[in-house]
Design a binder for this molecule. Structure first.
Ligand code: SF4
Ligand code: SF4
Length: 185
């Protein structure tokens, strides 16, 4: 037997509640309370008082950006060898594992006889990407990472969401980057 469904009747608003004025006043009082509390605390902190009580701090985004946690998955990049060439050996593991099928690689022969292949093209359609991070996990060469700290990935066109090898190798070129400690290589 299915469990009994409890029916809860919606309470009728009284006259004052229908005017919304008390609720508006209540909201203004709460906001003003926070404002004056923080203003007072920040003023007192300036003269060395009550420093043990924290006051709210606003980050002036987008001029100032907070660093995301170390393991947070941000925009992709392709890592480079010391000579600046991609570490990618075009093994297609990332393309194969990608559940959104948004990685497109064309392989070519690598001129270095010790390395079999390299990507002629390496594109990711970030308009389709679901940020699962499987590509990073699957890569045997640590050639793809999601540690650029770039989260501003919006675009006006579908084409602008298409990241080519050049863009993926040089994420710092597009600005809006919070550099992780250590250089991007
Ligand atoms: S994060 Fe996931 S969906 Fe995005 S490219 Fe990598 S494997 Fe594909
Ligand atoms: S990025 Fe890694 S997994 Fe993807 S093709 Fe290159 S070497 Fe293979």
């Amino acid at each position: 037997m299915p469990p009994k469904t409890k029916v809860i009747k919606q309470r009728e608003l009284n006259f004052l509640e229908k005017l919304y004025i008390p609720e508006v006043i209540r909201g203004v009082c709460i906001t003003s309370g926070h404002f004056f509390k923080n203003l007072t605390l920040h003023s007192l902190h300036r003269i060395g008082l009550l420093r043990h009580i924290a006051a709210a701090v606003t980050i002036m985004y987008p001029e100032i950006k907070r660093r995301y946690p170390h393991r947070y998955r941000t925009r992709h990049r392709l890592t480079k060898r010391d000579d600046g060439t991609p570490r990618c050996v075009a093994c297609m593991m990332c393309e194969t594992v990608c559940p959104a099928k948004c990685i497109y690689i064309v392989a070519e022969e690598n001129p270095d006889p010790n390395i079999e292949k390299q990507p002629k093209t390496f594109d990711i359609d970030l308009g389709k990407c679901i940020y699962c991070g499987f590509c990073v996990e699957a890569c045997p060469e640590d050639a793809i990472r999601m540690d650029t700290q770039i989260m501003n990935i919006a675009g006006y066109t579908r084409e602008s969401m298409y990241y080519t090898k050049d863009r993926l190798l040089n994420p710092e070129r597009e600005g809006d980057i919070v550099k992780p400690s250590g250089s991007l290589r």
